[in-house]
Design a binder for this molecule. Sequence first.
Ligand code: NAD
Length: 492
Amino acid sequence: MSYKNPLPNYINGEWCISQASEFLNVVNPATAEVLTQVPLSPKSDVEAATQAAADAFKSWRRVPPTDRIQYLFKLKFLLEDHIEELSRTITLECGKTYGESKAEWQRAIENVEVACGIPMLMQGYNLEDVARGIDEMMIRQPMGVTAIIAPFNFPGMIPFWFMPYAIACGNTCIIKPSEKVPLTLQKVFELLEKTGLPKGVVNLVNGAKEVVDAILEHPTIRAISFVGSSPVAQYVYSKGAAHGKRMQCQGGAKNPIIILPDADMEMTTRIAADSAFGCAGQRCLAASVAVTVGEARHIFTDAIANAAQTRVVGFGLDDGVQMGPVITSQSKARIEGLIQQGADEGAKVLVDGRNLKVSGYEQGNFIRPTILQNVDPKSEIARTEIFGPVLGLMHLETIEDAIALVNSGQWGNMACLFTNSGAAARQFRYEAEAGNIGINIGVAAPMAFFPFSGWKESFYGDLHGQGRDAVEFFTQTKVVVERWPKNWSRQF
Ligand code: NAD
């Protein structure tokens, strides 16, 4: 595939050269090949995109919802028709396997489908005779110009947790992809252009912190959706809120999975390995700590060690590859450093994935699945988000201890339980402090018609992405109280 160099922005229905003076290489993490360059757009590009989005909003909000969703229907079919090229693009710039990239698009498309229900989802409610002869109604109106700031690990899916709802509700929007993976949205915007959406409804600004800060400070932008690491989520949330914006900011995670002795160990191991090592552990819903309870310890430890050792690591477009590289060489070095830190803190490196060279891809950022055994719950490594294919093992004697461990952490993105007991499952569902709960599920990713939840330091805000929460986030409620006395004559 060939790409424009440097990559353009898309503002007001036109592909345009950024005003940037700085550029970053976009690198294939499996080969270290430089694919192209991305501009670090300055504030002036955000200004131009915001102006375009504000101008477009004036007429877009008046387009009936039934007409607005026709563009989304077109987008759904275009995404389906181009899914192979879109998936290859994700694998090339992000590293995950082709199958994992394709799965991203399925969830992205599902969000488009849900947003096509806006004529019903966006309805308000009313009541006649709230007082004698007085009626009251609540209507939902769009917010105006909105913005989406995305992380590197799901370049296709994550913007779709927000964008379809934003525009279906009558807003216009600006999207900033991660500067590490800007190619995927270039392809998406080519498709958005083909839908015939009016100019300015969707805009793309490439870049990094300067773009984010310009978005956070811009008085015209009303609502901002952010997904990324917790320190940045916290910064974005506070700064955006201080500038009076509606914010939803999804942060990082350290997701525990608990394995009870009555779990189906074959299924549990398979699911746990997919959760911990799928997407090279670079999922915000990756299992990063497995806590065995009672007798589960030995059988699970042996089985997961075997699953880690036998996982096929390589370039995500090659047949049979089950796990790709991590995103950058710095990320690889950081993860390998954290494995060493775990060992220094007393954990045993049961399966060591460091210093891996994949034949034919010697420059790639590969790490093999790694297992740290006997991780001390009080150690630094037990709390740090590693964001790589590293699973820490802990052992406890009761489910109560395991739930207490889950609830002691600062994170709250996901917690999962593996068991055959309905009573244990209910106790866990009821008591575990995490926004997404899995019971015999390893990646408890909510479907598009449910909110992608997240608690504690994994989420800053109130309304989440996807589903009804997204509709609430992208609309503001207006309440109208009306009286129309019969005997009033027309005065004009
Ligand atoms: P990141 O925080 O480094 O970057 C996210 C976005 O913020 C990018 O667009 C980046 O350009 C921008 N950014 C980075 N530093 C900034 C700064 N100092 N000021 C302003 N903007 C800045 O995250 P990442 O490495 O791209 O993504 C991985 C992280 O995202 C992990 O922590 C992962 O858990 C998290 N994540 C969370 C969810 C979720 O649903 N909770 C989903 C996916 C990823």
